[in-house]
Design a protein around this ligand. Structure first.
Ligand SMILES: [Zn+2]
Ligand SMILES: [Zn+2]
Length: 274
């Protein structure tokens, strides 16, 4: 009889540890090594791999300069922003996407593990702690998910990020001002023009009186061409919003752009700045 109990409890322990592994993987998500001295999802070394977007970047949309920009000045404007392509006034991102940060965001979003925020929040606190900018008077607004996606995913990643931004910056969180009225296909694998078309008409503001002259810090997880945040900013501006600043956790480079660290340049540069 004892043996049966032992077997059951062994099985139970196995199932429990399997469940724990799913929530907190035993190995680092990025290098698959031991998570020693790291967080719940990344090892210490991979955590160090997450870096902030450093200047020079476009003063408007935050796009990091590449080497084709011959020694850009600290406050340069990219070609797109010189053409006034965006409705938002400014966009900034915490770090480049193509790092361990991508792994965390994937695990968070597609692995349905909102607990990953625990590993991300210290980076956000550090990032905002270094900013000299003041967002006094701003309201934090997450880019909303369509209701069907929310049901599938069971949580809204932009809302969770926005909630932390609001907490760190001591700003009010204004959820529900912006509504996703149309489902959209995934923006991945789409060109810049396709992305803009895909997202067109996806958002609505039901109560323009509530956003009138409101300064907004719009929050999303990843920015690539900026089509999504730009569409959201367009609707907010048309509804009478004041300043619109954008914050995303990560910045993925539009297709064809390669960031090259000027001090480490050895390869020819591929540049097709959009
Ligand atoms: Zn690692
Ligand atoms: Zn720009």
């Amino acid at each position: 009889m004892m043996k049966v109990y032992e077997k059951i409890s062994e099985w139970g322990r196995g199932a429990f540890s399997l469940a724990l592994d799913l929530i907190f993987p035993r190995d680092c998500l990025f290098c698959e090594g031991s998570r020693k001295e790291g967080g719940d999802f990344l090892c210490g070394l991979c955590q160090q791999e997450i870096v902030f977007v450093e200047p020079p970047y476009c003063q408007c949309c935050g796009l990091p300069a590449d080497i084709s920009y011959d020694f850009p000045t600290a406050n340069f404007e990219c070609a797109l922003c010189r053409k006034n392509s965006f409705f938002f006034d400014q966009a900034r991102s915490l770090g480049p996407y193509d790092t361990a940060l991508k792994m965390l965001i994937h695990h968070f979003k597609f692995g349905k593990q909102p607990g990953v925020m625990k590993d991300i929040v210290p980076f956000m606190a550090d990032y905002f702690g270094r900013q000299e900018e003041s967002w006094d008077g701003f309201y934090v607004v997450p880019v909303p998910l369509f209701i069907r996606r929310l049901k599938e995913r069971t949580f809204d990643q932009s809302f969770l990020i926005a909630r932390e931004v609001a907490r760190i910056l001591h700003l009010p969180l204004a959820n529900g001002l912006l509504r996703r009225v149309r489902d959209t296909e995934s923006q991945a694998q789409k060109t810049k023009a396709e992305r803009a078309k895909n997202i067109k008409g996806a958002f609505a503001v039901d109560r323009p009186d509530r956003v009138w002259e409101m300064n907004i810090l719009l929050v999303d997880d990843v920015m690539t061409t900026g089509a999504t945040v730009n569409e959201a900013a367009k609707i907010l501006k048309r509804s009478g919003a004041g300043q619109i600043h954008v914050f995303t956790l990560a910045r993925a480079l539009p297709f064809g752009n390669v960031i090259v660290n000027p001090s480490a340049q050895t390869d020819p540069v591929i540049s097709d700045r959009l």
